[in-house]
Design a protein. Structure first.
Ligand code: ZN
Ligand code: FE
Length: 239
């Protein structure tokens, strides 16, 4: 039974500890100290880091955690040269392991050129970094709208009950934009009420699910690449 611990760090980043059997894997350590402390508090030893992409708010803790634990670091082959301390580069079709649970690597370029997602089918869990967010998607720093649109389509092909563990708590600001795109979407309107209540209570809105994003996320609901591109550009300009 895979256990997942969500650690909020910096302004709005989430780092995850994923534990099964003798293994504890860290997803996207922005920083080291709170991650090491969370593992230690549970009597877990970090054995591996999985990075989704090279941005410092996803890799900043790599070297300190490796120095403290001797863990191995696995990251995207498409940007391996930018991943501090990387031991193993993986891409589409490769697998990663957390105890008895196997994860599949999915190439999801768009936010960065070599961005990976990690999908653990046996646990119905997806770690997607800065590709798919609750009610949003990552900015296109290194990729094209066509690339990001294709990446989101790959993720939306996963089962509806898949839990989406993204790397940021951006949901409330994403919601402000989403309702301007689909003002008549009643599923979205009721989700926004839930989101505002959760944030007012100091609770995370992550994880989401594929089914929820399919019903409410304006980026997964774009009708074409051109439609997606228009929505992404509008969000970039939205205040
Ligand atoms: Zn990023
Ligand atoms: Fe990020």
């Amino acid at each position: 039974m895979m256990e997942i611990v969500q650690i909020a760090v910096l302004n709005d980043n989430y780092v995850y500890l994923v534990h099964d059997g003798d293994e504890t894997v860290v997803i996207d350590p922005a920083v080291a100290e709170p991650v090491l402390a969370a593992a230690e508090a549970r009597g877990w030893t970090i054995t591996q880091i999985l990075n989704t992409h090279w941005h410092p708010d996803h890799t900043g803790g790599n070297l300190a955690i490796k120095a403290a634990t001797g863990c191995r670091i696995t990251g995207p082959a498409g940007e391996a040269a930018k991943i501090p301390g990387i031991d193993r580069a993986v891409a589409e079709g490769d697998t990663v392991q957390v105890g008895s649970v196997t994860g599949r690597v999915i190439d999801v370029p768009g936010h960065t050129a070599g961005h990976n997602a990690y999908y653990f089918a046996g646990a119905d869990v997806l770690f997607c970094g800065d590709t798919l967010f609750a009610l949003g998607c990552g900015r296109l720093f290194e990729g094209t709208p066509a690339q990001m649109s294709a990446s989101l389509s790959k993720l939306m092909a996963l089962p509806d009950d898949t839990l989406i563990y993204c790397a940021h708590e951006y949901t409330q600001s994403n919601a402000r934009f989403a309702v301007t795109v689909e003002p008549a979407n009643t599923a979205l309107a009721s989700r926004v009420i839930d989101i505002d209540a959760a944030r007012a209570a100091g609770k995370p809105t992550v994880p989401s699910t594929i089914g929820l994003e399919r019903a409410t996320n304006p980026f997964t609901r774009a009708r074409s690449v051109a439609d997606f591109a228009t929505r992404r550009a509008a969000k970039d300009a939205f205040r």
